[in-house]
Design a protein around this ligand. Structure first.
Ligand code: ADP
Length: 198
């Protein structure tokens, strides 16, 4: 299976780009979505999270208390690593199983922390980076969440630098303009990827 890793900083437009690939009939595997499933009520990561962090981080419904965990891992890098070491192998196993079952001509795996984890090196044959100006990352993320500009900048500070990402990319989509412009670039790439996949 021809697998493309799609990545980019927070608010760069990864999910939006993923949705466009999905509309074109491509299987899109979203690692954030897998992470949410693993940590929802009854999710398979919940017992281990409880063991590692205590049940103070689990809501009454038995799901991960995201807001509390977010606060913890931004104040303590070691805790962030602990959570990542727990979740990443589980996410990777899910991704591999999706890829094996896929009947798509190629597969897109959306991995926000593709470079940060290194877990995906052996799994993806090509890297697509969605990129936009940092100020746009901040304003777009603020518009869709409760995060302040400082919160968004704090998340960006935990991610690899924009220039590093761009250097490592096989393909780059610049998402500084409207959605139509994003879509046109994705459609072009889709045709290119179809030729690479066959
Ligand atoms: P990511 O998944 O990289 O965090 P999203 O795809 O969720 O980013 O995009 C962040 C926000 O910006 C979303 O609300 C999305 O609808 C919006 N957005 C993405 N691309 C554009 C664009 N080209 N023009 C306007 N808004 C956009």
């Amino acid at each position: 299976m021809f697998v493309i890793g799609l990545t980019g900083g927070i608010g760069s437009g990864k999910s939006t780009a993923g949705e466009i690939f999905a509309e074109l009939g491509v299987d899109v595997i979203d690692t954030d979505q897998i992470s949410r499933l693993l940590t929802k009520s009854g999710g398979s990561a919940i017992p281990a999270i409880c063991d590692l962090f205590g049940d103070a981080y689990i809501t009454e419904n038995g799901a991960l208390d995201r807001e509390k965990m977010r606060q913890l891992i931004f104040s303590d890098g070691a805790d962030r690593q602990k959570l990542e070491q727990l979740l990443h192998p589980l996410i990777l196993a899910e991704v591999s199983s999706h890829i094996q079952r896929s009947l798509s001509q190629y597969v897109i795996v959306v991995v926000p922390l593709l470079f940060e984890t290194g877990d995906y090196d052996h799994l993806v044959q090509r890297i697509l980076v969605i990129d936009c100006d940092e100020q746009l990352q901040v304003t777009r993320t603020m518009a869709r969440s409760q995060l302040s500009a400082a919160d968004v900048r704090a998340v960006m500070a935990t991610q690899v630098e924009r220039q590093f990402r761009l250097k490592k990319a096989d393909d780059i989509v610049r998402n500084n303009r409207d959605i139509g412009h994003l879509r046109a670039q994705i459609v072009r790439l889709h045709h290119f990827y179809l030729t690479l996949a066959t």
